[in-house]
Design a protein around this ligand. Structure first.
Ligand code: OFO
Length: 165
């Protein structure tokens, strides 16, 4: 049985997953404008993944006999400078999401809400994977070097990651 505090925190997490999706969709639009089609495809696919995260929590609240409540979603920034910075922003964002998930896990544990504790384990490993994914892309960009003449190669590498993910 979900208690009120857990419902509210899960609703907040639903909102955060929507925000993540919108942030990555906005990054996808920016990448398209830069001619980085591989990066654009990567961000678009990732925006879809975030919608699945949102849906997963939405369904969990519903299955628990409660009503998910959708709040106002903050607009993502449109002010992006260069591809390395954009990926560094994604990593920072994912770390904040990991923190939010960890707080939910802690709350579930403290409340002896073991159903939620179990449900959240999927997100714990997903966050671990996502941080590794974004860190891996940043490492690759650093290896290639992000001056203009290398953008083509960076884009091609990110396209490969998008296709294999
Ligand atoms: Fe990117 O994992 Fe959800 O927010």
């Amino acid at each position: 049985m979900l208690n009120q505090e857990m419902i509210e925190k899960l609703n907040t997490q639903i909102n955060l997953e929507f925000f993540s999706s919108n942030l990555y969709l906005q990054m996808s639009a920016w990448a398209t404008g830069q001619g980085l089609d591989g990066c654009a495809a990567f961000f678009k696919a990732h925006a879809n993944e975030e919608m699945q995260h949102m849906q997963r929590i939405f369904d969990y609240v519903l299955e628990s006999g409660k009503t998910p409540v959708l709040g106002r979603i903050e607009a993502p920034t449109t002010d992006f400078s260069d591809i390395r910075t954009v990926f560094a922003q994604t990593l920072e964002h994912e770390k904040a999401v990991t923190q939010a998930i960890n707080e939910l896990v802690e709350l579930a544990f403290n409340q002896k809400d073991f159903a939620s504790f179990q449900f959240l384990q999927w997100f714990v490993s997903e966050q671990h994977e996502e941080e590794a994914l974004f860190q891996g892309i940043i490492d690759k960009i650093d290896l290639i070097g992000d001056d203009r003449k290398n953008l083509f190669f960076i884009d091609r590498e990110v396209a490969k990651i998008a296709a294999s993910h």
